[in-house]
Design a protein around this ligand. Sequence first.
Ligand code: HEM
Length: 113
Amino acid sequence: MEALRLVLLYVHLIGFALLLGGAVAQYVSGRLRINAAMLWGSVIQLLTGLGLSAPLRDGDEPAPAKLVTKLVLALLIFVMVFFSRKRAQVARGHFLAIIGLTLVTAAVAVFWR
Ligand code: HEM
């Protein structure tokens, strides 16, 4: 079970890298569009996050309130990435909100103990 949890955590961190890295790279390039890395990253975060929420540890599970908070934030990011009106040209506020929500979700992951 511990091996499965570590594999899920590893893929979860790769998903985080794709989502945040894809968005920041796109932002600094000056063309505000939703790229494939962001699409994949948001899906990977939801799937691996749900997997990680299974009781895979012997005790010491994360608080349910933390998981629900992350789920709500990740669903918001998923909707904003997949159902943005035009993926090829996104409003600056919408794009910055995706980056901001991703940073907030990572902060919840790290600081909520
Ligand atoms: C964009 C969305 C997400 C981001 C940026 C994110 C970020 C992270 C990061 C950086 C870690 C590593 C923290 C550590 O091990 O100290 C982590 C772990 C974890 N994440 Fe996520 N996550 C996201 C979505 C989700 C979702 C939707 C769930 C489940 C509902 C989830 C559940 C977990 C769990 C169970 C862990 C294991 C460690 C712990 O919470 O203490 N994550 N996440």
